[in-house]
Design a protein around this ligand. Structure first.
Ligand code: 13P
Ligand code: SF4
Length: 349
């Protein structure tokens, strides 16, 4: 295992909320709520952009109404290419902020502005800026799971779907990299690219809970299962993976691989789309804290859980929860995000 850089800052402890429990709605109430939301989306020239970790009803509604359910890279891109005047982002705050940064003229609203992310929370802008100032010879690459201010301090923004080719590209140019905030994703790309990197010591509280010993045990019980792991997971979990990748990459793996069984190490919200693309396959949750132990999130991001049909309808009704990013800050933060999107375009070609 690689060692953290000696001067890695001690980052603030992140308060992890309990997983929200939403009152069960029943079939008729759900149907009415969905009809109301569809009507309001249309009336307001709005489109719903959802992440794969949100509630399955929200994901399906996004697709049914011409919006999208996607990973964070595609969510960012979708908003820029859609003509709607309002983007309704169901996900966590950095996703809403990225949409606002890229579409400053559009209205961006979110079901709950308090839906944040442990990586974003664990990377305060002043501390991060000091770390960058102490290493001026490094190219600053930050994961999309950061605030607009941290993005504005960076040279490149990356998501899990594109981190590897971008770091490879920078390493080939001989650039030294200061990476933040997810140490696990950072180490994963360093190992594959050999890049010279310094790390911010942040992590995702959800993926951090996957346990390698318990995973080994589960693998023995299901020797024919393929192991799919999101790269925010700890190194010993990633080491056991058949596929390591973004949420989209993991969904594609379930669809395209011949295996009948999969053990999946990422937020359980992803099973909604996986079941749709491969209804006959067996999907197992990777173990979290081990038998008998408690876990904080149990593979359910508490911040993603703050999105529900109820508060989605509420924000459309009362027009609240608008994401604000000043034009000045957006202009600064847009450059490194646009660099990523342009890079992604050249890759697609
Ligand atoms: P993806 O970009 O792979 O969807 O990941 C976002 C995220 O927050 C994972 O925890
Ligand atoms: Fe952040 Fe982890 Fe939740 Fe993704 S799953 S939004 S990285 S806390």
């Amino acid at each position: 295992m690689s060692h953290p850089n000696a001067d890695a800052p001690i980052i603030p402890e992140v308060h992890v909320p309990d997983n929200p429990v939403w009152p069960a709605l029943g079939e008729a109430a759900t149907k009415t709520l969905k009809t109301d939301i569809k009507k309001m989306l249309q009336e307001q020239n709005a489109v719903l952009v959802a992440h794969y970790y949100t509630d399955g009803e929200i994901q399906d509604l996004a697709e049914e109404t011409g919006g999208c359910v996607a990973d964070s890279l595609e969510m960012a891109r979708f908003g820029t290419e859609h003509a709607a005047k309002t983007l309704v982002v169901a996900g966590v705050r950095f996703m809403g902020e990225t949409s606002k940064i890229l579409n400053n003229e559009k209205r961006v609203i979110m079901p709950d502005l308090a839906a944040t992310c442990s990586l974003d929370e664990g990377c305060p802008k002043e501390m991060f800026s000091q770390f960058c100032d102490a290493h001026p010879e490094h190219t600053v690459v930050v994961y999309a799971n950061t605030s607009a201010e941290v993005k504005a301090r960076s040279d490149w923004v990356v998501t899990s779907g594109i981190a590897l080719p971008i770091i490879k590209h920078l390493a080939e140019k001989g650039e030294k990299i200061l990476w933040g905030p997810d140490k696990h994703l950072g180490r994963y790309v360093q190992r594959l690219t050999g890049a010279e990197m310094l790390f911010w010591p942040g992590s995702c509280v959800v993926h951090e809970e996957f346990r390698s010993v318990a995973l080994e045990r589960l693998r023995k019980l299901h020797p024919d299962a393929a192991i799919l792991v999101h790269p925010e997971s700890p190194e010993q979990v990633v080491d056991q993976a058949d596929v390591v990748g973004s949420t989209t990459a993991l969904i594609d793996a379930v669809k395209t691989m011949d295996h009948q069984e999969f053990i999946v190490a990422t937020d359980a919200g992803i099973f909604n789309k996986m079941r749709q693309v491969a209804p006959d396959k067996v999907l197992l949750e990777a173990p979290t804290m081990g038998e008998g132990a408690t876990c904080q999130s149990c593979a359910r991001c508490p911040w993603m859980g703050m999105n529900s049909l109820q508060n989605l309808a509420e924000v459309l009704k009362n027009g609240s929860n608008e994401v604000e990013v000043s034009a000045n800050l957006a202009a600064k933060a847009r450059l490194p995000i646009q660099r990523m999107l342009d890079f992604a375009k050249t890759m697609r070609k």
